[in-house]
Write a protein that binds this ligand. Sequence first.
Ligand code: IPD
Ligand code: CA
Ligand code: CA
Length: 258
Amino acid sequence: MTSPETSPVTPAALLALACGAAREAGELVRQRPADLGVDTKSTPTDVVTTVDGAAERLIVGALLAARPQDGVFGEEGAGIAGSSGVRWVIDPIDGTVNYVYNLPAYAVSIAAELDGKVVAGAVLDVAAGALFTATLGGGAGREEVPLHCNAQEDLSQSLIGTGFSYDAAVRRRQAEILTAVLPKVRDIRRFGSCALDLCAVAGGRLDGYYEYGPSLWDYAAGGLIAREAGATVRGVHGGLVVASAPGIFGALTALLPD
Ligand code: IPD
Ligand code: CA
Ligand code: CA
């Protein structure tokens, strides 16, 4: 039997671990206790539930049980440097506001970085029960079915997703950016989960997505899934994240700040 320490570090092996942990956490999230224990974090609109923390602990426990030397970086406080070269980037519930309101757009997002580069990503759409996956160079899929982004070339005919911060000052900036984008596109969607927005680009349910200010745990897995589905992706932690059909990327980013 292979011991955890000698397991091969391949993107496929890391993805398999991420998928298992995402499915387990998804089950926990789906159970939805009557009292979600809603609290606030960075601002009064930034909510967190007891399920967010419990799901992150479950994911970290599952990953480190298999690979004890790895690092972890999770939204709800998980932070271990690790020594293996692998770091897991975790958003236990992406779309917590939707989860609190019982709107069916929230996800478990787990990415694996190898030497600082995302090489595997799993995003579980919990309400739909659909797992989106990708490995670097290995393509993207939804429940094993390959994903391909749209071949859109005309920004004026494009459906574009976006998202907003919990910080009022950042929202003011985002509203300004939106006034530049909205007149130039087919329409805008704000679903409330960055990870699912990126998977929507990957699967052609959006032509593009941009957001100013998401965190690495929001877009690490979904960004790889969109890229592996053929989208052009640019992501900066705390800055601009853009993913779109390659044919509209230039026109879309021309409307956005650097
Ligand atoms: C948020 C969602 C939202 C995005 C925010 C994120 P959370 O994550 O992804 O769509 O617009 O920037 O913070 O708080 O639900 O994990
Ligand atoms: Ca998030
Ligand atoms: Ca979250």
